[in-house]
Ligand binder design. Structure first.
Ligand code: SF4
Length: 627
């Protein structure tokens, strides 16, 4: 019979790649209450170990992997793990979430977290089981793509995470593959490459995970599942068409990035929509496990079974390059998957190169609207060949060298995802304040502003309140740690929201936002957390405690970034979004960032330079490093 873990083991496996040894540490009980798990716990583990100012590609950088608290309990969309490190793309903290099978394998090997120190002198992969870690020679798989590398590692366990050639060659936005899912942004795969670490594989299936309060868990889980299965997004459009269900919405709302963010919509957008792809490619579900939303899809493209590119890929490697052929976008996606490269940063950097070539800043045959040379450029980036070597450092570094900084579409060095904030001002503020840089998952304001029409996209009043609220909630959900897409069901299905007409919600959001935000019922998430970890830690977390844990993780990450030199000067947007109008607007619209930022800092308890005040850190219990 399998051994049992009640909720969480609190065991951390720490490995030193240089010395090829491991040791075990514990997650302190107090930290579980304050940081929950996933993202929050990953940041805390990193904060306690990482020296400020180190080279992200040097031996002193540390990679932390944390498992979801609900993982292994069977809760829908709970099979997620988080990676946290210092980013070689941005030079600040980066966190990322993945629904691949590695997380479940590590957790059911008995570990709630893994911390990777040092740099191996030769390529290695690490095998984990309940007894600890062993180190194996990876020379035979160094130089292989992610699919072949993963197949090799899976001979040693039930879940693996690997890098491809892009990570080995230190492309600053290399990612990590687990199953058919990717841990995408900020070069977390590059950090693995810099440590000569090709992959990690965990045996798994050694422990069974049991919620501390099974009855309470079953009740909450049943309600959770019902919400997911009732909601028209989670059980409707996203289940049928994946995240590409957003293409038509974004196009209609004028937030689709087109030709390096010069237009917000395009007449051919329907060709790359989820609806079109479902029909054309005869799609089937291909998802993280377990999942009830089922947003991921596979289909038959060019006679092969392929993963259907997600919304961000379709926009950044498609519409933003002026390409509206989903088969061609799928070709680019397959290349990025094989080499292990973030499709958002790859597309954003290529878009910069196209415009730089158009303006005569660099010599290149890349042109908007033409797929000529793009596949070759992706390969050149992955192997740092020719011009690819310059593009492998991302659009910020390339534009600093060759010019064109005004149209390098990044925040803090990370390329922007697929929503143009001139059509959703709250999203603009959230890009500017997101801790990891150009990120749509820090606060998904386009959901409120464009998808559901719950706030005027161009109104400014209350947007800082909404952005802070969503940042805290999303940070808590990523610490719980469960798929962010469950937010549609958790927020929209409680009767008060479900049965209130949208125009009333919009009115409340715009005129009485504090009241509206307080009426939001997110109690399902803390209820699930509490049922899993039980009363070992605290009597009751509650919704306020849950929000607070999210706020704490967000401010801790900001504080760690401040130590790396981040301040108000970095909380900005590409000049194009602040100064230039677009072809889709009758009247030029630009993001009025400054007026929102001041209020946002005040709400956050930051000073006028964006630095968290002492009393803010104290209030949240963010203390000194403990190691
Ligand atoms: S909704 Fe999509 S991203 Fe979220 S867990 Fe399911 S398949 Fe993964």
């Amino acid at each position: 019979m399998k051994k049992e873990i009640i909720g969480t083991s609190n065991k951390v496996l720490e490995v030193d790649l240089a010395a090829r040894r491991f040791w075990v540490s514990e997650i302190p009980v107090g930290d579980r209450e304050l940081y929950l798990g996933g993202k929050g716990m990953g940041l805390k583990l990193l904060f306690d170990r990482l020296k400020p100012g180190i080279d992200p590609l040097g031996k002193d950088n540390i990679l932390v992997l944390t498992m979801g608290v609900l993982m292994g309990t069977g809760a829908p969309c709970s099979g997620r793990f988080e990676a946290v490190t210092k980013s070689p793309l941005t030079g600040i903290m980066v966190t990322g979430s993945c629904g691949g099978p590695f997380g479940m394998a590590l957790k059911t090997s008995g570990w709630d977290a893994m911390v990777i120190h040092g740099k191996a002198d030769e390529p290695v992969f690490v095998c984990v089981d309940s007894g600890g870690a062993t180190f194996a020679d990876a020379a035979g798989i160094w130089g292989t793509g992610t699919a072949a590398a993963q197949d090799t590692l899976l001979a040693h366990g039930s879940g693996a995470m690997v890098i491809g050639q892009a990570g080995e060659n230190l492309v600053r936005y290399a990612n990590i593959r687990s199953g058919s899912r990717f841990l995408g942004r900020g070069g977390i795969g590059t950090v693995m490459g810099s440590k000569n670490l090709k992959g990690i594989v965990a045996k798994g299936r050694e422990y069974k995970i049991r919620p501390a309060d099974k009855k309470r868990f079953d009740r909450a889980n049943k309600r959770f599942l019902a919400h997911i299965n009732n909601n028209p997004v989670t059980a409707g459009s996203w289940r049928s068409y994946g995240t590409n269900a957003n293409i038509r919405i974004s196009n209609a709302a004028g937030i689709l990035p087109v030709r390096n963010f010069t237009a917000g919509s395009h007449g051919q957008a329907v060709k790359i929509s989820g609806e079109t792809m479902a029909e054309k490619f005869d799609t089937r579900h291909d998802v993280c496990k377990p999942c009830a939303i089922l947003c991921g899809h596979r289909g038959t493209i060019r006679g092969e079974k392929r993963h259907i590119p997600e919304y961000e890929t379709v926009t950044l490697l498609g519409s933003n390059l002026g390409i509206f052929d989903p088969e061609i976008i799928s070709d680019f996606n397959e290349l990025c998957a094989e080499y292990g490269m973030d499709t958002i940063s790859t597309g954003g950097t290529i878009a910069w190169a196209m415009e730089a070539a158009e303006k005569g800043l660099i010599e290149s045959d890349l042109r908007f609207g033409s797929d000529e040379g793009i596949a070759e450029t992706i390969t050149d980036i992955a192997f740092r060949r020719g011009q690819g070597a310059m593009l492998a450092d991302g659009s910020r570094m390339a534009s600093k060298t060759y010019g064109g900084e005004d149209f390098a579409m990044h925040v803090k060095g990370m390329e922007l995802p697929g929503y143009d904030p001139r059509g959703a001002f709250g999203q603009g503020l959230s890009y500017a304040t997101a801790n990891r840089g150009g990120c749509h998952l820090s606060a998904y304001m386009v959901g409120v502003e464009a998808m559901f029409g719950m706030a005027d996209p161009h109104a400014l009043r209350w947007k800082p309140y909404m952005v802070k609220f969503m940042e805290d909630i999303f940070s808590a959900v990523n610490s719980l740690h469960i798929c962010l897409f469950t937010a549609f069901a958790v927020f929209l299905e409680p009767p008060l929201i479900r049965f209130t007409p949208t125009f009333i919600i919009r009115h409340l959001n715009q005129n009485f936002s504090l009241l509206a935000l307080n009426l939001m019922d997110a109690s399902l998430w803390p209820e699930l957390w509490h049922a899993v970890v039980g009363k070992r830690y605290i009597p009751y977390l509650g919704m306020r405690g849950f929000y607070k844990a999210g706020e704490r993780a967000h401010v801790l990450e900001r504080y760690m970034n401040i130590r790396e030199g981040i301040a108000k000067k970095d909380d900005t947007l590409p000049r194009r979004l602040l100064d230039e109008g677009r072809t889709c607007d009758h009247e030029a619209k630009t993001v009025p960032l400054d007026s929102m930022l001041k209020t946002y800092y005040r709400l956050r308890g930051y000073d006028e330079n964006g630095i968290p005040r002492e009393k803010t850190l104290e209030k949240l219990g963010i203390g000194k490093q403990t190691k």
